[in-house]
Design a protein around this ligand. Structure first.
Ligand code: FES
Ligand code: FES
Length: 154
């Protein structure tokens, strides 16, 4: 066990966990931030995506010992009131179906748009390729990312 002082969604959070514990379980089990979902546990589905130092990562596959002083942002901290451009665009296009994958989809898309404000279809396909949706919401996700880009650029 080791003590970690983590910067999560703008707040300092202390946890005492094994250094190999994936961020996903620190968030869900220790801090009750359950918006981040467990899908595969092996970095193959994207449902656990969070931002680490502004970069989208698979939280199931990053140990807490690798975090250091980097800020972690989860779906709970993406915006104050659910009004991030990506969240607004998701609502506009009614993207959600069962919803299970969607926090990961939104975190992946929001990190992407921060670095690429005017993405092409091909760039969207490439960056979202690792985020699986068993409900098949891919077409709406793509439309919503384009809408979010327009909202961010407005
Ligand atoms: S649960 Fe992390 S990528 Fe699937
Ligand atoms: S909305 Fe059901 S898995 Fe994506």
């Amino acid at each position: 066990m080791a003590d970690y002082n983590l910067n999560i969604n703008g707040k300092s959070q202390q946890v005492q966990v094994d250094p190999t514990t994936p961020i996903l379980w620190v968030l869900r089990d220790h801090l009750k931030l359950v918006g981040t979902k467990y899908g595969c546990g092996i970095a193959q589905c994207g449902s656990c995506t969070v931002h680490l130092g502004g970069v989208a990562v698979r939280s199931c596959s990053v140990p807490v010992s690798a975090v250091g002083s980097q800020e972690i942002t989860t779906i709970e901290g993406l915006s104050e009131n659910g009004d991030h451009p990506v969240q607004k665009a998701w609502l506009e296009h009614d993207v959600y179906q069962c919803g299970y994958c969607q926090a990961g989809q939104i975190m992946q898309a929001s990190a992407f748009l921060n670095n690429n404000p005017n993405p092409s279809d091909e760039e969207i396909d490439a960056v979202m390729d690792g985020n699986i949706c068993r409900c098949g919401t891919y077409t709406r996700i793509k439309k919503a990312i384009k809408t979010a880009a327009n909202l961010k650029n407005a």
